[in-house]
Design a protein around this ligand. Structure first.
Ligand SMILES: [Mn+2]
Length: 263
């Protein structure tokens, strides 16, 4: 971390609502309804709402926002107007959130949500615990092909060229990339699709973090271990799929995580 960047500090009396990997899409209206209902039910209990990436199944630019994205933005903006801080992190599906469009008058999606973007990773003091937030894909270092693509598609020049293409063309490319990635997932061994333990250890040591919260792998769990004499915890958020009755939010209240029932 740069010495000049102030650490995000969340005091113990400010509950934080975490979720990730909702993969919102018009193709999965039940999942979107489940998530939005949970947000309406639990959002008002939180001082901070932190969405850690893959909010959307596919995001080809802020000008491609669909009605579900508009509904999420409205729900978040309402919570923001009510005094909550809203924080968004980009995932591997929605890495183009807020990427500058050719039209300089375009409103960045995070602004529609009343949200602040979080870098990936983001170190923070969470109720007194040194923590690190990440989407999780950058920690899957065994998947070299994916890491190469990740580096490319996060370059400003690549994004500028992509966002200059017509929306329909971007959707076609986005769908093709998604299909390639889904096919790859079926072929790649399971370990390749999980985080690399050395990458986790290195990231947590570098940040001095005792807690890592991430999503992406769709393997919700709490992993505890000792490293350099320090107890460390890696908390993996669940993905959302209403058809599989999957999806829940996590509320960090008074230093403890509480898994919330769906709405
Ligand atoms: Mn992901």
């Amino acid at each position: 971390m740069d010495a000049g960047v102030a650490m995000l500090r969340i005091p113990r009396d400010e509950p934080v609502l975490f979720a990730s990997d909702m993969h919102l899409s018009p193709e999965a209206p039940r999942t979107a309804a489940r998530f939005l209902a949970a947000l309406r039910r639990h959002g008002p209990d939180a001082a901070h709402v932190m969405l850690l990436g893959d909010l959307f199944e596919l995001w080809v630019g802020d000008d491609g926002a669909d009605p579900i994205a508009a509904e999420l933005a409205e729900a978040l903006a309402r919570l923001s107007a009510g005094g909550a801080r809203i924080w968004l992190m980009r995932g591997n599906r929605d890495f183009l959130i807020d990427a500058p469009l050719p039209d300089p008058a375009a409103v960045p999606y995070s602004r529609r949500c009343g949200a602040t973007l979080l870098e990936d990773p983001t170190p923070l003091d969470l109720h007194g615990v040194p923590a690190l937030l990440a989407h999780g894909d950058a920690l899957c270092t065994d998947d070299l092909v994916y890491q190469q693509w990740r580096a490319t598609c996060r370059e400003a020049t690549w994004q500028r060229a992509f966002l200059a293409r017509p929306l329909a063309e971007r959707f076609a490319v986005g769908r093709a990339v998604r299909e390639t990635s889904e096919a790859g997932k079926r072929e790649k061994p399971g370990a390749l699709m999980d985080v690399n333990e050395t990458a986790v250890r290195t990231a947590m040591r570098a940040a001095g973090a005792r807690l890592l919260v991430h999503g992406h792998t769709h393997r919700p769990a709490v992993h505890d271990w000792m490293d350099e004499g320090v107890p460390r915890t890696r908390l993996v958020l669940t993905d959302w799929d209403a058809d599989a009755a999957r999806g829940s939010m996590l509320l960090w209240r008074a230093g403890e995580p509480v898994t919330l029932p769906p709405a």
